[in-house]
Design a protein around this ligand. Sequence first.
Ligand code: ADP
Ligand code: MG
Length: 456
Amino acid sequence: MAILETTDLKYTYPDGTLAIEGISISIDKGKKIAFVGPNGSGKSTLFLLLNGTLEPQEGKIIFHGKPLLYDTPSLREIRKSIGIVFQNSDDQIFAPTVYQDVAFGPTNLEMTEEEVVAKVNETLEYVGLLELKDKPPHHLSGGQKKRVAVAGVVVMEPEVIILDEPLANLDPVGADEILDLLNELNQFEKTIVISTHDVDFAYSWADYIYLLVNRKIIGSGTPEEVFCDPGMLKDAGLKIPMILEIYYEIQKRNMASVNRVPKTVPEIVDTLKPPSLIWVDVPEGVKEGDRLDFGLYMEEIGKQCSEEVMDARVLHIHENGQAIVAVKRKAAGIGKVLVYDTDSYKLKEIKELLASADFDVTGAMGKRTKLILESDHLKLDFTVGVIDKSILMALCGKNVLIFTGGGMVDHAVRRISDYCKKSGVRIKVGVFNRETGKAQDWKAVLEVKEQKSEAS
Ligand SMILES: Nc1ncnc2c1ncn2[C@@H]1O[C@H](COP(=O)(O)OP(=O)(O)O)[C@@H](O)[C@H]1O
Ligand SMILES: [Mg+2]
């Protein structure tokens, strides 16, 4: 359902620069939307129009079905519901301390002082800034400043959060932290709208994309629709996302065994699965349905399959004497993924899990979870791109322990299960200590999970 729409927006700056021309968009609630376009295409201007900071000369902005009004009370209301994080944090942050900056918005709402203190502290903890609350913001790193700016918006509990080039000028760690935060906010039903000219980021992150070029929308669609359309990319002057470029090369070489456009590294790995059907020369007498004798055919089969073959069955014999043979390989040991719900965090329990040596690698998602683990001196193998890395590890036979809390627990399980559904690979995944809150045997958690999924 559309939460925010525009019809035929037009905006000209007072100096006569036409910045936005005839823009009509429709943004669905709870989605991740990316506006992709070169510098000067009008992204920042559009964003300032969307939350009423600028007023268009033509066209309308419609929020929850009602056109935006530009009197002061209406504007105050809309800016609470549609928060905007500027590209440059210094344009946004002005109070002498981190705490005061984040408290600025809530102080101007009808809240008691205790309510403001509680709300601000909760938000600072959420974005991992509680320990820096008394610092002057201009002493912080770029990534920390960005989190202060995001906190100043999140504290107002907006329905839509707009971020202008959220990853620009951040180092990789800072960028990953912001990305983590955006994904987590989205899990809690926030609609997230960003601008970027990073095609790799837009392609893998967004649910829906608008291409903005020369003040106009020149195309829109899912990331696959937009980025698999060479014409659209050319018109927008954009390059192909790296994942797609690799996939096209794999396809050209006839190496793609799956015809599904990949969006993540695990998905591109999946396209490289060895074929399950091969051509084999068979002598007369072999019939369709026969199982091939490994002693006789191993050399031939071995040339075409790198892994150990368990079974080879003739499906069809061609008139030239060649047969289509279905091969079953010895399944590589697939690892398991256990998600530890840090909402009921018990250090002793975690230490036992880690000491059991059942897990080869550990990862954590969410700023709050990472800070708790850090303060308990627990070392993690990965803290960014955790779900994809967990899948890749499990595919290599490793057991993975993921720490996370809140809505991210379900998100992790869902993403891994989706991968399994699409690829046909079964990675066992379970959530520890969620249902009973008591210590459990993690192996039992995964077994129960498996029985459930088999029953369904
Ligand atoms: N305050 C301003 N006054 C006049 N022109 C502006 C102003 N801000 C932006 N512009 C112009 O509006 C156009 C769109 O700019 P902008 O919205 O910043 O694009 P983007 O964010 O995609 O880089 C550009 O031609 C830019 O020079
Ligand atoms: Mg801009």
